[in-house]
Design a protein around this ligand. Sequence first.
Ligand code: TRP
Ligand code: ZN
Length: 506
Amino acid sequence: MKMQAFKAKIKKNYPQIAQIFLILGLLVGCGETAVPTPTPIQSTPISQAVATPTLVPLPTAVPSQTPPPSAVPAASPTSPPVAYSMGDPYAPELGSRGYDVMDYHLLLALDPTVNNVEGTVHINGVVTAPDQDVLALDFVGFTIEDVLWNMRPVAYSRQGDKLIVDPSESLPQGQPFTISVTYQGSPLERPSRYVGFAASVGMSFVDGESIYVLSEPDGSRYWFPNNDHPRDKATYRFEITVPAGLTAVANGLLIEQIDDETSSTFIWEHDFPMASYLATVVVGEFERQEAVSPDGVPLRHYVNEGAQTEFAAATVYLGEAIDWMSDLFGPYPYEAFGFVTADVSGVSLETQTMVLLANNMIGQTTVMHELAHMWFGNWVSLDSWQQMWRNEGFATYVQLMWENRDDPEDFELAMAAIQSAVEENGDDFPLGDPPPAKLFSFNTYFGGAVFVHALRQEVGDEAFFSGLKTYFATYGGGTASDDQFREIMEAAYGQPLDAFFAEWLE
Ligand code: TRP
Ligand code: ZN
């Protein structure tokens, strides 16, 4: 197929493809600015978007609203640094190596008409480091009413963005524990130093009508206390109470709905390991839709009134696509899959089993991109946030593979167009080391996809796809580093790839 035919085809597919370019335009342009109103998706001519990456808005001189990262408490004999950091050099402020959470149990009363959360979170974990006398959770904002250690009141304090629990007893490595935190208040809506395109991360209340959560990468601490790094995955149970008439949606399966005269409680459970940034709670008025993929994956969606037609068009191939990805990468890993639509503009997030889909981003491209994340990012998560290209590069690549699945020539043309767009875009940071404000940039998504394609060409289809299957079979449910990914691909290929990876990433 010639370039002209390709452009015609892109135009035909315009709404879907334009969407992703526009999203990325926003991502790139807004790295340094907090941009309130994204351009409506439909207004970008796609031929231009593909041919002219400069349409990506250039960063303007608007000063960053991002607060400086809060200080990580210094090491002292009584507070070893393991307590205050997961040890991700790219995001040292997040998480703790001092314990490992097995299970979170979130009991939240949420009312969109009053911007208030009343919550109790039970955390079941195990001490994982020797010689500690405190444990630190990531938790920001709210009034803490009570903290329990193994069901008894315990001393606690707040240091920066950490909640320090001090049981005043020895904490032998391997000891299981329960921490329960009861809190209330209106959530802080803070911008993230990693996310320029969303005004804030955490939990947002919309017009007294609905509630949604955006937590990637560092927003979950703004709505529940947790070990906020993907290296500590856990299972979840949610009991969300909302005013009668509203629905609360979360990850996994809806186990029970308990109604009384003034309120409803929705109990959700997700029995697979999940990183805290992928936990979600969305409250609003929805139509529940159920289906099943041809191979039997349960699908359930929560769709806002008025969005049904668009949603139906965006998800016509969803069941087929889940089965197609399952064949390529290994079985869909979770109990169910679906989307919840939300009153937010221009963002969507791959929240595990229940993807958040902005009402103005409903389209096949977004649907396929987020579905691919269930494997790339969710089932195997990043060992360091620095390696974001593996999440977004693969999600973008898989979505493009799906869209061109019947026409390999078209696919090559699409990848060639993207490669020149990436080259002309001229981001001059290495793919493997983005500045924090560029973590979710055009380069990460499309440069990442170009690298994935180059890797596939380097090792050949057989090694590429068998390597990916091994990657999911080996690291599924946990995390992997770029090096671990490279080693898997080297084993499949039978030759070293360190020079090849270094050339692309460094
Ligand atoms: N991971 C999301 C995607 O690719 C993008 C994203 C990252 C995001 N951080 C976010 C969206 C914070 C909303 C808020 O679809
Ligand atoms: Zn993505």
